[in-house]
Design a protein around this ligand. Structure first.
Ligand SMILES: [Zn+2]
Length: 106
């Protein structure tokens, strides 16, 4: 599972992969050093960026598409379908309903 580490001000964050809470800290410490001690972290939730796809029937990991309507994140195949169902959104707003999030935190 994935864990999100972030500073209290939420101005810096990164994602790491680990089996449980304790090993998440160890992996993060090994990778990012002592700064990790001052950070908060939690399991990445369904619908969150890099987490599980927000669609109830889907459990794909690494949701990277932001849905401008639900404000949650989806996997690429669900995002593709949602965009196919909502051509009017693109006509109106000039971009798809679900857009790929550009992230440098990984
Ligand atoms: Zn999905």
């Amino acid at each position: 599972m994935k864990w999100k580490f972030e500073t209290e001000k939420k101005d810096y964050s990164f994602i790491i992969e680990a089996d449980d809470h304790e090993s998440a800290f160890d992996v993060a410490y090994d990778t990012y050093g002592p700064q990790v001690e001052n950070m908060m972290y939690h399991k990445v939730k369904k619908g969150e960026l890099h987490g599980e796809c927000n669609r109830t029937a889907c459990n794909s990991q690494n949701a990277m598409f932001y849905n401008h309507s639900t404000r949650m994140h989806y996997c690429s195949s669900c995002a593709y379908e949602i965009n196919r169902w909502t051509p009017d959104f693109k006509k109106e707003k000039g971009h798809e309903l679900c857009v790929l999030v550009k992230s440098d935190s990984l």
